[in-house]
Design a protein around this ligand. Structure first.
Ligand code: HQG
Length: 178
């Protein structure tokens, strides 16, 4: 069984799929048994044990079971509109980082950082993580965000349970190219 392939499908079901809609918009939870059944149609050997392995071993902590194990959700990264995942809003460090690539840079420096197809702009806690995120799109370029000033100016800034910071929009005045 190709666990990576299953995880990609799982991530799509929990973050992006609207037809059918597997998740409850209030909290983003899906019934784990429903997800198992749906995944078994494509991956017949998939079962609860494999499911738990994928969730436990995910390198980015993408998924969480609830305390009973009956429900599963993606911790962040949704494109489904109006799904609400509760997130904390702690004091950020002075700087946070956003990894992107050169072909987006002109537009980003003019328009600011937008969520594009997701609900939030994803912001990394450190430079190294931002390099990895940016590299998914091409040669990485890293923006250094004045996160404390951003939050102090009453801009919304959250941190998801797997440590990714999230903003609705970051204006160009808050970042520079590293
Ligand atoms: C860029 C992965 C033009 C933005 C990672 C990014 C992350 C603009 C791209 C998570 C723009 C969107 C998210 C503007 C932003 N003009 N381009 N005004 N504003 N952009 O994939 O941040 O594997 O939706 O810089 O680890 O790359 O999914 O976002 O390059 O945490 O779990 O538009 O995806 O996690 O790309 O990555 P994405 P992202 P998962």
């Amino acid at each position: 069984m190709n666990l990576k392939k299953i995880s990609v499908k799982l991530s799509w079901m929990l973050r992006h799929c609207q037809s059918p809609l597997y998740i409850d918009l209030n909290g983003g939870w899906a019934d784990a048994d429903v997800i198992i059944k749906a995944l078994q149609e494509r991956f017949p050997d998939f079962n609860r044990e494999t499911f738990e392995l994928i969730v436990a071993q995910d390198e980015k902590g993408r998924y969480s079971f609830d305390e009973t194990g009956a429900r599963i959700r993606a911790n962040q990264g949704h494109s489904i509109p109006s799904v609400v995942i509760e997130m904390e809003s702690p004091e950020p460090p002075e700087f946070l980082y956003h990894g992107t690539t050169y072909r987006f840079l002109d537009s980003i420096m003019k328009e600011g950082l937008k969520p594009m197809t997701r609900q939030f702009v994803h912001i990394s806690p450190d430079y190294e993580t931002a390099v990895k995120v940016g590299s998914r799109h091409g040669k990485p370029v890293i923006l250094k965000i004045r996160a404390r000033d951003f939050k102090n100016d009453s801009n919304e800034l959250y941190r998801s349970s797997n440590g990714v910071w999230q903003a609705k929009y970051v204006a160009p005045e808050y970042f520079t190219i590293c």
